[in-house]
Design a protein around this ligand. Structure first.
Ligand code: AMP
Length: 199
């Protein structure tokens, strides 16, 4: 399986769709947000550094994230089944580093899946998630900061992936349901991997 980068704003469903793709194709999965939250919970050095940034809706410095990502990748990429990158890259510098890291290992970026969801739907979802999961950064003030960071630092990457010729976009306003999104995403993954139609 080709590597997959799941890309989208906070609340666009990166974690949810990553989980579904992982279960369907038996791929590896790296969620940088989950790695950071686990580090905070366990009180590690990384967790202490990450906490301030996350609580403020800001991004963790690139070099730190790139080092974490490379370590995670090397620990799970051995299966040869492809890896889902969820929440990474979030800046052009991270994308350049990811491309280089993969090339050094004789691997490729694979395909990028962009989830497009309007901001009012995103806000509604994140406030609902706040009630269900109690994530510290899911409050309205921090969510607004995360949207601003997304627009200024992460969204420009969409064009970077388009220039790589690997961007595939999926629009919530067209697919309308989680099932509709999944059907479109699976179909595209199977086309990219020459699997024939399995949905
Ligand atoms: P997520 O769970 O992907 O929404 O990430 C939660 C928070 O973790 C983000 O708002 C950032 O503060 C931090 N984070 C996760 N991934 C990255 C990354 N690739 N680069 C910088 N910060 C990140």
């Amino acid at each position: 399986m080709k590597n997959i980068i799941i890309f989208g704003a906070p609340g666009s469903g990166k974690g949810t769709y990553s989980e579904e793709i992982k279960n369907r194709y038996g791929m590896g999965h790296i969620s940088t947000g989950d790695v950071l939250r686990a580090a905070i919970k366990n009180g590690t050095e990384l967790g202490k550094i990450a906490q301030g940034y996350i609580d403020n809706g800001q991004l963790i410095p690139d070099q730190l994230m790139i080092d974490i990502l490379a370590k995670q990748y090397d620990s799970i990429a051995v299966s040869g089944k492809g890896v889902i990158f969820d929440g990474f890259p979030r800046t052009i510098a991270q994308a350049d580093a990811l491309k280089q890291m993969l090339a050094e290992r004789g691997h490729q970026l694979g395909m990028m899946i962009e989830l497009i969801v309007s901001e009012d739907v995103l806000m509604e979802r994140l406030l609902r998630r706040a009630q269900l999961e109690g994530r510290a950064d899911d409050n309205e003030e921090t969510i607004r900061k995360r949207f601003a960071v997304y627009h200024s630092q992460t969204e420009p990457l969409s064009k970077w992936f388009a220039a790589e010729g690997i961007r595939h976009t999926f629009d919530w306003s067209v697919c309308k349901t989680k099932e509709g999104m999944l059907e479109a995403i699976f179909k595209e993954i199977e086309k990219e991997n020459g699997l024939g139609r399995m949905v």
